[in-house]
Design a protein around this ligand. Sequence first.
Ligand code: SF4
Length: 358
Amino acid sequence: MPYLTAPEALADLLPDEPRFRSNQLEHWLYRTPVLDASLMTNLPGHIRERIGEALWPFSVEVDQTADGGKTRKWLFRTGDGASIETVLMGYPRRTTLCISSQAGCAMGCSFCATGQFGFERHLRAGEIVAQVAYAAASLRAAPITGVPPRVTNVVFMGMGEPLANPGGVFEAIRRMIDVMGISARAITVSTVGHVPGIYRLADTPWSVNLAVSLHAADDALRTRLVPLNERYDIGAVVEAASHYFAVKGRRISLEWALIAGTNDTEDQARKLAAIARGLAAHINVIALNPTPLSADRPPDAATIRSFMRTLRDEGANATLRDTRGQDIDAACGQLRIRSAASEQRERAQEADHATDEG
Ligand code: SF4
């Protein structure tokens, strides 16, 4: 499994080959990824065959496109059955890849499809970085019109709390920056408020962007939406984010999924604006992408407008983000829910069938 081997140890996979072969392999895995080892043209046939059998640490279970081909979503499945969701969003000047850091998630946020499924396991560094390589290889194989032909930005906003998996995530970031050549400024780690993880990230050598998923501006509401708030309250999260900003000089962003009747009030907007001003942070608001397992819904357009107006009137920098790929369940964990639901249906049908036959 080449991606499960650190780039520096690739020579171990080719013990009988000259050293330059592992450099060539590193090139094809990380710098110019290809979907199929047969395309690694300067490697001899016997090496391509050996690599080809286990090039990717997962198989592709679902591959969907939306938004006129500009959004692409994959559900990968590892050998041990863990699911990994990855979403590619193409824009005129950037291609943002949203990757997963864990299979499932232990944080249990009330509005999130992944949170409702619970935790499977941490993803290994190679499984994280392979998501980036796979998307890059797919873009090269089938470029999207009007979109850069490479992954320009990576956001840890897929399944999982990245800072709960520092071993996998920090090593994946190292490979992205040092080996794949992705700029630290183009990588964003998004946390739901894992305070010790924020301090550990501040101690790493990389000045990646930090996004804090706040979703509520007082502790009572936040604990209801984001149970981790009980352990690390808003004050502690803001202090850690402020430390990160001081150490790295990278502006913090605050993420806010707007939920009808919950966190869409003027009072919440005012409190959020005050937190953002104190941190010199930018606020990204996104209307909730509803999930089949929760009754939470996004607010209507007038409420969203009024929330944004209050933020700006209160002197905060805020952007309303578009919701990509709703027709393919592009929100975190949703494809997996769909897949699990269809599996359940299939099992039920099989059981029906067996009863009919029996
Ligand atoms: S929102 Fe993020 S941290 Fe919360 S349950 Fe979902 S994946 Fe986990």
